[in-house]
Ligand binder design. Sequence first.
Ligand code: UDP
Ligand code: MG
Length: 321
Amino acid sequence: MNKPTEANNNKHEQRDDLISVIVPCYNEENVLSAFYRAASDAVKDIEGADCEFIFVDDGSRDRTPDILQSLSYADKRCKYLSFSRNFGKEAAMYAGLLNASGDYCVFMDADLQHPPQLLKEMYRVVKTEGYDCCGGLREDRTGESRVRSILSRTFYHVIDKICRLDMGNGKGDFRMFSRAMADSILELKEYNRYMKGIFSFVGYETKWIPFHNVERSAGETKWSIRALFRYALDGIFSFSSFPASLSAVGGVIALFIAALTAICSLVSGNGLTGTTLLICLLFLLNGIQMFFISILGQYISREYAESKKRPIYIVKKKGGF
Ligand code: UDP
Ligand code: MG
């Protein structure tokens, strides 16, 4: 067996970091080549790091898989996976991360809405400033329809309040993070994935770099208002049991109305007869029923949380073992 020489050791110590650029792609034939050129130019500028591109074709029906195949022939840094059908951006990001071998990983959209010029600064932050993650903070929603912009803002406001996790407006998936954080993310194997919640759940320190939104450079958004609504519900149901407690609130309101009706009719001297008695009984029974449904809801939401088998804790560093 060869003994490691000093030269070999030095070589090993000086090894460049590897940055895995993970790109989910769904019907992106119009923009992929431009993305590859822009991202390759941007990573050329990064000193001390090499990069690999992990493209995930999420069941595209256009020429996306062919373009990815050509890229992989032309540039050995380009790797790709092609899904058998459209599984959604979350699944594509998970698959990309699972196949990435970088010391640092970064998720990027293929449509150039995530400026590749930020990669250099992101790498500097995670490498030298002690942060585990550096994310692009989208400062505005220029180029987005008004309805979509208002709906998104309201959604992030609501989800931050009820999930008690910081998933804030503008904090998207465009983040570069360490291998430790990538491994923690991969520990969450749940099927209904909501990446912004997962980032927030695993913790780690994140620095945010603001950037201005730009319109998609070609092609069109894959998210209809309906798809966004479904995505929003995924976020809420995956990270909060708040909906399960709503029926307790309804139950208390119904019991309150029953009591109020009874008190009012007794005080007015009419007594509890006929219609009033019927109203009282209706609200009373409904209230009791809703109250017990909420208890069932609590058991089910706990069971649901257990079934995801999320890690109970995440260790960031160890020492002295
Ligand atoms: N995407 C995907 N699967 C989907 C939908 C989108 O992989 O089912 C990819 C898409 O190709 C792009 C990124 O996710 O790289 C963001 O999608 P898009 O630009 O349509 O979203 P928007 O920027 O409008 O939120
Ligand atoms: Mg986009």
